[in-house]
Ligand binder design. Structure first.
Ligand code: GDP
Length: 336
């Protein structure tokens, strides 16, 4: 499909619109941030830079779970609760780790969170990003910052719990929630230990109807599983609860846990500490990304890249040797 670039606004117009909380301008700015066009990169970085002083105050919550666990139902229920009952604004971003090979989308093209998406106090942005996860992470961070500058005190980042995108999301949020299905036995085995380890709260969803007892049993199993992990340095004990996103049961209690976590992290200094660590991590990633861009743009590398890739693909040259060759082309050793 050919993409037609819509007329761009000036950086001033983006920044003014975002700071005024204008959702249309915010959406258009995000398109620029997500764009691959080199001409957009400059606008994007200026807009982000100028929005930065207005960021950092939001609650950043990551939500993961296998497809069908009820993520969008849950986020919609929680979002509506915050927007309607508390009058607070909510932004929802999704990371869809679609396969760059198949081009398929795990989250699917179905319209998700319809009610929340049309709510005047909500902003729901499905990710258009495909391909390299590093790139997706960087862009999601930037989009998150724009949402914060636009005055959203809550930013939810949803990802599918199947790949490595959890780690990316964990590194940009304050609180990480894992939604699970009842019937824990099998899942516990399939679940990567790493995901449990970075979770602040496990919610066994669909604890309704016939599922109640199974959900309760699953809760016990996960609670015992979590006890096996060493105590977290930040002093937080991950909890396991049950909920029904569909019925709305347990949703506000989960939000209470998020608030409780925030209060503890703020009082024991871990909130600032984590945010500073994340800032360093973001810088490191931005540096690597920038460097990779430069290497790719280098004419000497450009002339060789395709054929070196073929050599690696067909096993004629090891990946390490290939990388060394390209690095040498990029920065030839100085004689002497
Ligand atoms: P996602 O893929 O994780 O975003 O899952 P969805 O939110 O799309 O939910 C998948 C299916 O499970 C949908 O048919 C939902 O209606 C259903 N579902 C979600 N939450 C609940 C729940 O709490 N109870 C029940 N019974 N069904 C639910």
């Amino acid at each position: 499909m050919k993409r037609v670039a819509r007329r761009r606004l000036t950086p001033d117009q983006y920044v003014d619109g975002i700071l005024a909380g204008d959702r249309t301008v915010l959406a258009r700015a995000i398109t620029v941030v997500e764009s691959d066009l080199p001409s957009d990169a400059d606008i994007a970085s200026e807009v982000i830079e100028r929005c930065l002083p207005h960021t950092g105050r939001s609650r950043r919550v990551g939500i993961t779970g296998v497809p069908g666990a009820g993520k969008s139902t849950f986020i919609e229920a929680l979002g509506i609760h915050l927007a309607d009952e508390r009058g607070e604004r909510v932004a929802v971003l999704t990371i869809d780790p679609s396969s760059p090979v198949s081009g398929g989308s795990i989250l699917g093209d179905k319209t998700r969170m319809e009610k929340l998406a049309t709510h005047e106090r909500a902003f729901v942005r499905p990710s258009a990003s495909r391909g390299h996860l590093g790139g997706v992470g960087r862009r999601t961070r930037e989009v998150m910052l724009l949402c914060e500058a636009a005055g959203y005190p809550h930013v939810f980042i949803e990802t599918v719990g199947v790949g490595q995108s959890e780690t990316t999301v964990r590194s940009m949020v304050d609180f990480f929630l894992l939604l699970m299905l009842p019937g824990a036995g099998d899942e516990l085995q399939g679940m990567k230990r790493g995901i449990l380890e970075m979770t602040d709260l496990i919610a066994i969803n669909k604890a309704d109807g016939d599922n109640r007892r199974r959900a309760e049993r699953a809760r016990h199993e996960y609670q015992s599983a979590l006890h096996l992990f060493p105590a977290a340095a930040d002093g937080w004990n991950p909890q396991v609860v049950t909920c029904s996103a569909l019925a709305g049961d347990g949703v506000r209690e989960i939000w209470d846990v998020v608030m409780e976590h925030r209060a503890l992290m703020e009082s024991n200094g871990w909130f600032d500490r984590r945010r500073s660590d994340q800032a360093l991590e973001w810088m490191r990633e931005a540096l690597l990304f920038g460097l990779e861009q430069e290497i790719r743009r280098d004419p000497a590398v450009g002339r060789r890249l395709a054929s070196v890739q073929q050599d690696v693909l067909h096993g004629r040259v090891s990946p390490f040797r290939a990388a060394r060759e390209l690095l040498t082309l990029f920065r030839p050793p100085t004689p002497g």
